[in-house]
Design a protein around this ligand. Structure first.
Ligand code: SAM
Length: 321
């Protein structure tokens, strides 16, 4: 596996935490949710009945895999690049179908989590022994740069699971524009995006009664304790999710339940948290189809097709450069 070094990862983690906790209001980047425990918790979230996103996207890929193949089909060999591949649960539907149809492609799963990529690599070896796989353990753009240095085959990029929802609208726009820059004319991008719907349905997905999303959010505190020598008392924080139907933003916060100070050894710094002070940890933005069309054209893409589920909750939208 091509991988980023542990030291540079830890340095970046420490710098990001320092920046986020020194700002006002305080924030922490959601990408650090995904260590070994976070990966496992996210897999539990994907299986919760309240987290409709996985079932909807699974249905789209399962029922429309052949339409998707017809739409992206290339007469030449292509690289299937997946940004934030996770455990590949849904992608395996496409991989299996592409292999069965004798499509000439190589698979490049990209993920910042070393653990999840290793698990994916092992499960792919067992399930699809003939599949050519090169896991890239980097951030999205670092991985794309490496890939462009390695191989100039046409690309089909997958960005599933509504990962784009984790960006603000400005970052989503610049992300797609930057992505467009790394692609060649004719390359395709299939993005899974969660659609605006009944606000109660959305809020429940981030506030399940069994507390799995809470454990996922709180895992950031455990991770800073473990990896950065912080002394967060986890019981002094609570999980607070919100959804605003005007902006389409579901937000998760870690709320300090007391006045407290926390020391982070790697930074040799103490941070103060007031009673009821929120730390913003995650945004999961929902879009309308019109907003998605606008996002595509502003970033220089042509929308080829929207694949939606039977409830109209979720879309996998196919764009061309
Ligand atoms: C919400 S999960 C989705 C996984 C999968 N795409 C799915 O639909 O089930 C997000 C995945 O993206 C990875 N990830 C998050 N931010 C990343 C980044 N900046 N660069 C690379 N991977 C990232 C995480 O480690 C995690 O495995």
């Amino acid at each position: 596996m091509e991988t980023t070094t542990m030291n540079s990862f830890k340095e970046k983690f420490a710098t990001d935490v320092d920046q986020g906790l020194s700002s006002n209001p305080k924030t922490l980047p959601s990408r650090y949710f995904y260590d070994a425990r976070g990966d496992k918790l996210f897999q539990d979230i994907m299986r919760m009945p309240e987290y409709y996103l996985t079932d909807c996207e699974y249905e789209i890929l399962n029922l429309q895999k052949n339409d998707i193949l017809q739409a992206v089909q290339k007469d030449r060999k292509f690289n299937l690049v997946e940004l934030g591949a996770g455990d590949g649960y849904k992608t395996k539907l496409l991989l299996q179908h592409f292999l069965e149809q004798g499509v000439d492609f190589e698979y490049f799963p990209v993920d910042i989590s070393h653990d999840v990529l290793l698990e994916l690599e092992n499960s792919l070896k067992k399930q699809f022994p003939t599949l050519k796989v090169t896991p890239l353990n980097y951030e999205y753009f670092e991985a794309l740069e490496r890939l462009n240095d390695l191989d100039h085959s046409p690309k089909v990029i997958l960005f599933l699971g509504s990962n784009i929802g984790n960006f603000s609208p400005e970052r989503a726009h610049s992300f797609f524009a930057k992505l467009n820059h790394t692609m060649q004319a004719g390359d395709a991008l299939l993005s899974g995006i969660d659609l605006k719907k009944d606000p109660r349905t959305i809020l429940m997905a981030y506030n399940d009664p069994t507390g799995i999303t809470k454990a996922f959010n709180m895992n950031l505190l455990h991770r800073m304790n473990r990896e950065l020598g912080a002394n967060f008392v986890v019981e002094n924080f609570d999980h607070y999710p919100t959804y605003d139907p005007f902006t389409g933003e579901a937000r998760s916060y870690l709320m300090s339940t007391v006045d407290q100070e926390v020391y982070i050894a790697t930074l040799d710094k103490t941070f103060s948290f007031a009673h009821s002070e929120p730390v913003h940890t995650e945004i999961s933005r929902k879009y309308s189809l019109n907003e998605i069309n606008e996002l595509a054209s502003q970033a220089g893409f042509n929308v080829q097709k929207h694949f939606t589920d039977s409830k109209g909750y979720f879309v996998d939208t196919l764009w061309r450069k």
